[in-house]
Design a protein around this ligand. Sequence first.
Ligand code: ADP
Ligand code: DP6
Ligand code: CO
Length: 330
Amino acid sequence: MSQTLEAGATARARAHSNIALVKYWGKNDAVLNTPAVGSISITLDALYTDTRVTFRAGLATDELWLNGCRHDATKASRVLDLVRYSRGATLCAIVESTNNFPTGAGLASSASGFAALAVAATGAAGLTPTARELSILARHGSGSAARSIFGGFAEMHAGSAADGLDSYAEQLLPGADWPLAILVAITAHGAKPINSTVGMGATAVSSPFYPAWLATAPTDLADMRAAIAAFDFVRVGELAEYNCLKLHALMLTTRPALIYWNAATVAVMHAVRDLRASGIAAYFTIDAGPQVKVLCLPIDASRVHAALSTVGGVLEVRQSALGPDAYRLD
Ligand code: ADP
Ligand code: DP6
Ligand code: CO
């Protein structure tokens, strides 16, 4: 690249959170941050991150300011290092970011956070990456972030190449092609005690079910891909719930145990099963945290919202549709 990266170069981006219908848990390579299994997710329009990246002269390290507070920038620097490398530059950056939902609480702030960082950092550096290159870059911050580059339904490929270049996400279906509703029942606002990176590392070395998790992932992915291609909502919901409970069986059998649920989490799971018994097609999924995301058809959303709101311990219910690709704000 002939032009140098100028101090003051800046750009802003927005990326949306996502929830996995077939989950990622476990890594192939901790340095490249490649996942041990593929995953399939939907991007949420109601939950997002806005991030500004500004390259500055005279900074000794990168700085991350998250919702106004200084935050550890180690993972952000992995993404920024790759951007600097491709520009032959050394300038450090200030990253100013806001999440419009709880951070580190099982709502995939690492997904929207690092997808927004990838778009903003490359934008500030004057690069014009492809969506696939952005997905790989975002993955270096957080595996789930590779999927938040894309709106609608996205699939992450685990890949097997030594350089990690075949470990990226792709869009399966734009959100507009299949409108769905997601009700997010928030049962705690605080950060989880064990973050996802540490939790999945512990599972890989201690759960006796981890080999079965790896062995059964390709079938779950193929079944989910087929269910989405057929617009078969009941099949998507059943598979998502099954894969979620399989993930939590792994977490519960990790030593020491990873119990991300609280009492309200379990109460919401039962409320969803009661809704189904009364004829409403609603299905839950839960990530590494106590929040429950409930999938339903838009026509049922207000009834599901009302039912979840009355469950004891539910602090708020946020309704979301499928969200767009990550994009530049300015
Ligand atoms: P979550 O369930 O929210 O994804 P994780 O444990 O996976 O929880 O990741 C939380 C971490 O992600 C935070 O501690 C922080 O390091 C990083 N993170 C969250 N939001 C942002 C953001 N907007 N910009 C940069 N990094 C972020
Ligand atoms: C349960 O992507 O947060 O949400 O790559 O270490 O940052 P790191 O982990 P992260 O893990 C997400 C785990 C999950 C399932 C999923 O989103 O696929
Ligand atoms: Co995360």
